[in-house]
Ligand binder design. Structure first.
Ligand SMILES: [Zn+2]
Length: 274
């Protein structure tokens, strides 16, 4: 079977070696994993998740009375934090998730990317997505890359108006740097062709599948009054879903992805980051 997330990781190593804008990325800081996403359903092809964001400022939830607009109750103070993912001694800084089989069936035809690649092969859409996600990694490795506007301020949107053109420029830079076709050839095939050729498509996923490491809420130990606390405001205890806060290589699985479903493979003894 073809391990799609391993192939993507190897491709990323080749990309960061050949595209100067992305050369600051050490692929060992990045973990590629697969989520499920049907080809005929709406949704993202891939997502960049940052694990290096600091804890948030303390906050709380509150509820207002619809008529009087007064706050009637609020939650306890909490902060949100990033989970920790380690592979051996190394802490992972970014997760890149790919939706399978949707990503494999992505095509340039009739997509909004088509105008950026006149006359190109349909599979270039997938290379575009891989580079797009890598471009979200911040050069300081401390969040999602912020996009500077013409006036020197930062856009609230992580896709500034030139983002898509810049990604296309990097796709061309990569292809013009004579990459070994073995690095990207797997992108040429759609999902059913890959299944036929390799007998199946597998990828790294978390044991908590379909859940994966995400920001979590932590109650602040010292609860202080807040300015909204006036007479009649109830402070309610936080009800927090128990989510893992630490993940290691032991929390990774290999999953086989099929057209409409997926299933866990026998666990590998040890995960080796490609
Ligand atoms: Zn994006």
């Amino acid at each position: 079977m073809i391990n799609y997330t391993e192939r993507l990781t190897l491709l990323m190593q080749d990309i960061v070696a050949k595209v100067p804008t992305l050369s600051f990325i050490d692929v060992a800081d990045v973990l590629v994993f697969a989520r499920s996403g049907r080809s005929n359903a709406e949704g993202a092809f891939a997502t960049c998740h940052c694990l290096t964001l600091p804890a948030s400022e303390p906050g709380y939830y509150f509820w207002r009375d619809r008529t009087t607009q007064r706050i009637t109750r609020r939650s306890e103070w909490f902060v949100t934090k990033s989970p920790e993912v380690t592979l051996g001694p190394r802490q992972v800084k970014y997760l890149l998730s790919f939706a399978l089989p949707r990503f494999c069936d992505q095509s340039l035809d009739k997509s909004r990317k088509e105008r950026l690649y006149p006359g190109a092969d349909a599979w270039i859409a997938k290379l575009d997505t891989v580079i797009h996600e890598l471009y979200h990694i911040d050069p300081e490795l401390s969040g999602i890359r912020r996009i500077e506007r013409g006036d020197g301020t930062y856009s609230a949107n992580c896709h500034g108006h030139r983002f898509f053109e810049q990604v296309a420029e990097m796709v061309h830079t990569y292809l013009n740097n004579h990459p070994d076709p073995a690095a990207y050839d797997f992108l040429r095939e759609d999902f059913s062709t890959l299944e036929k050729r390799f007998g199946g498509v597998v990828g790294t996923s978390f044991r908590t599948f379909p859940s994966f490491p995400q920001r979590y809420i932590e109650r602040v130990t010292v609860q202080v009054p807040c300015e909204a606390d006036s007479e009649g405001v109830n402070v309610e205890p936080l009800r927090i879903a128990q989510m893992p806060r630490r993940y290691t290589e032991n929390d990774l699985d290999v999953r086989q992805f099929m057209k409409d479903t997926s299933r866990r493979q026998i666990r590998k003894g040890a995960f080796r980051a490609a």
